[in-house]
Design a protein around this ligand. Structure first.
Ligand code: BGC
Length: 374
């Protein structure tokens, strides 16, 4: 692999308590024996389309650039809207799914495209947990469970944005005591930095270019010997089971779709892959979590994190009903998420690493997404 790093996007969160080249429209002209493919390079969305002044706080789009890559982040949900990196031919390719304007983020049914998810990433069973003997009740928004912080999680909040440099933006959000049922004030600071060498963020990746069709032919490697199996409502059973001999074994690079239709109860519960993988322990503070490769673009993304788990979600609930950037649709399984995190439903599973944050404590977390071509 050509290990020249094209770009790396670091997402750091500090919480006071958590080809058909898609966007490129490809036109094909056939001559006698050659095929000429013209690809339109991906471009950043229009910043004016991200300005909404109707709420107390305005929304905006922040642009990050380095020599190789460009990114766009909005303060609505601290969302990564675009991440443009070159493919193996040098063509700028937008590898994250998103909308072209703020209106769609605010008004279409929530997909969590590119969002910072909180106060609790993923599910809490039946919207209840106990802390210091008291039971807390959260709004349920996913069958019987509470998902991604409830009906109005961090993804739907307007954060205070501050551009720190042309490569970095910082976003701040105060989640007040009792918001969405959670106890205690929580100050959340997220920094997105685009670097040359090198939260749960809920970006939907398609390394062939967003909107370019299935991700089932992407190769994926997960640095996980075990995962947390779930019940039919996607709540972990509490067991930690080895991936060996199951369709959850991604320890070697494997096409995402290679075993997706296997007769396996866990795949049936998830409607495909929608599971938390237990990352192998490492001496490095930022351990390898995953490596994914676009089969058409040759773009390779490496994810490193200091978190104990990663939710691999294969876009099983994408329906093709949302109009994403460049006139495309969010088709079924046309993107995947690698959400670095603590395990789902941890407050109700004493054997999982604790997610309790006491007053005055700070929780910090860093995840990097690095891009190279093969
Ligand atoms: C969840 C999926 C859910 C998706 C929403 C993932 O983290 O595990 O079940 O549909 O987020 O975008």
């Amino acid at each position: 692999m050509n290990r020249i790093f094209l770009a790396s996007l670091g997402v750091a969160a500090a919480l006071a308590t958590g080809c058909d080249n898609g966007n490129q429209s490809a036109t094909t002209t056939t001559t006698t024996d050659t095929v000429v493919v013209k690809i339109t390079p991906a471009t950043l969305p229009d910043t004016a389309a991200f300005r909404d002044t109707t709420s107390a706080q305005a929304t905006a789009l922040y642009i990050l650039k380095n020599g190789h890559a460009q990114a766009a982040v909005t303060n609505y949900g601290a969302r990564l809207v675009s991440l443009i990196v070159p493919d193996k031919t040098g063509n700028p390719t937008d590898v994250v799914v998103g909308y072209d304007n703020i209106n769609n983020y605010e008004h279409l049914p929530d997909t969590y495209f590119g969002a910072i998810v909180g106060r609790y990433g993923n599910r809490i069973a039946k919207g209840h947990f106990k802390l210091n003997g008291k039971t807390y009740t959260l709004p349920t928004n996913d069958g019987p469970n509470s998902l991604h912080g409830g009906t109005k999680g961090f993804d739907a909040g307007i954060w205070t944005g501050k551009q720190l440099s042309d490569k970095s933006v910082q976003l701040y959000y105060l989640s007040t005591d009792g918001e969405m049922g959670y106890p205690g004030n929580l100050q959340v600071k997220v920094t997105y930095t685009l670097t040359d060498s090198n939260i749960t963020n809920h970006s939907y990746f398609n390394l062939n270019g967003q909107g370019s069709g299935t991700i089932n032919n992407h190769l994926l490697q997960l640095n996980a010997d075990a995962y947390t199996p779930v019940d039919s409502t996607l709540i972990p059973t509490g067991k930690i089971e080895p991936v060996a001999g199951t369709p959850f074994d991604f320890r070697k690079p494997t096409a995402i779709g290679a075993r997706i239709n296997d007769d396996n109860q866990q795949l049936k519960f998830g409607h495909g892959y929608d599971h938390n993988f237990v990352l192998n322990k490492s001496k490095d503070s930022l351990a390898l979590a995953a490596i994914a490769e676009g089969d058409k673009s040759g773009i390779v993304m490496t994810v490193r994190t200091d978190q104990p788990g990663v939710q691999f979600y294969g876009g099983n609930f994408m329906k093709g009903t949302n109009p994403i950037k460049g006139g495309k649709k969010d088709d079924y399984r046309s993107a995947f998420c690698l959400e670095t995190q603590h395990y789902p439903d941890s407050p109700n599973e004493p054997s999982f690493p604790s997610t309790e944050l006491k007053p005055g404590q700070t929780f910090r977390s860093t995840t990097t997404f690095s891009f190279a071509t093969k």
